[in-house]
Write a new protein. Sequence first.
Length: 320
Amino acid sequence: MPRDSASKPKPDTQPHDDAPGVDYQQALEEGWLPIRDVARITGVNAVTLRAWERRYGLIVPQRTPKGHRLFSAEHVQRIHNILTWLNRGVAVSQVKQLLDTPPALSEPVENDWHVLRLKLIQAISQLVERQLDDTLNQAMSLYPPRTLCEQLLMPLLTQLEQRWQGQFGAQMERTFFYSWLRSKFGARIYHNNRQLRGAPLLLINHSDLPLEPHLWLTAWLISSADCPVEVFDWPLPAGELALAVEHLQARGVLLYSSKSINLKQLPKLLNKVSCPKLIVGPTVCIHHAELSVRTSEVADLSLAEDPLSAHQALVQRGLI
């Protein structure tokens, strides 16, 4: 990393220049990191890093005379510290104060994730797509996908299911929100796929429900990790799954279900599917004992209960 303060690139606020200059190349040789490398190391995309700098002053990288952002090891560590607070449920607007003046261990830390959830629920209850879209877009620009999923979206889905128990208009709200969510994340995945190369991960809705929000959260998390994704939003019959894997040259298959599945059909369904396989969703809890046995009987089969654990399992297996 950087050798001494004398070698630091000069701070500069001029517009970014696409042609790296001599100072930029020299800085890289001295150990400074460009924003694309920092995004890869930390999992925080460049758009979010820029938003943290511009809106909250959380990260202030050095600039070359031509405006290129460059980061040191201390910057990278600070980003990891920011993620630690975000993963505790702290809102990004409160993190800078906590980094500069850490609270006592016994002192509770306030967060406003519930405010974001209330805004989303209000938009859903009134069927206001623009408010729903704007609120989530703002959150997406400020938080890494995994943090957003863990702190906002998964708790939101749980809160909505509780809200919809026996409530008049529940089906209207559910259909509106789930349809929007599928369109929202489907568009993000499509855009990412256009930028990516390589074998895709195939995700299949194996529950025969028309809308499975956690399937789309899982697909979005995987896509955000720069992995091409193909989502089949309906079950495939035995035999055709292997055919789809062959045509797509898929790197792996993820079967999602929030319901019980026909375990007797599972060996036939997975027959001739030689790539790694993952079963995800509440079905893993429903069939926990039986599926645990299947993992030892079926090659390359693993289990995950939710989008976060599915993402982690895929990382551990080197699939994303």
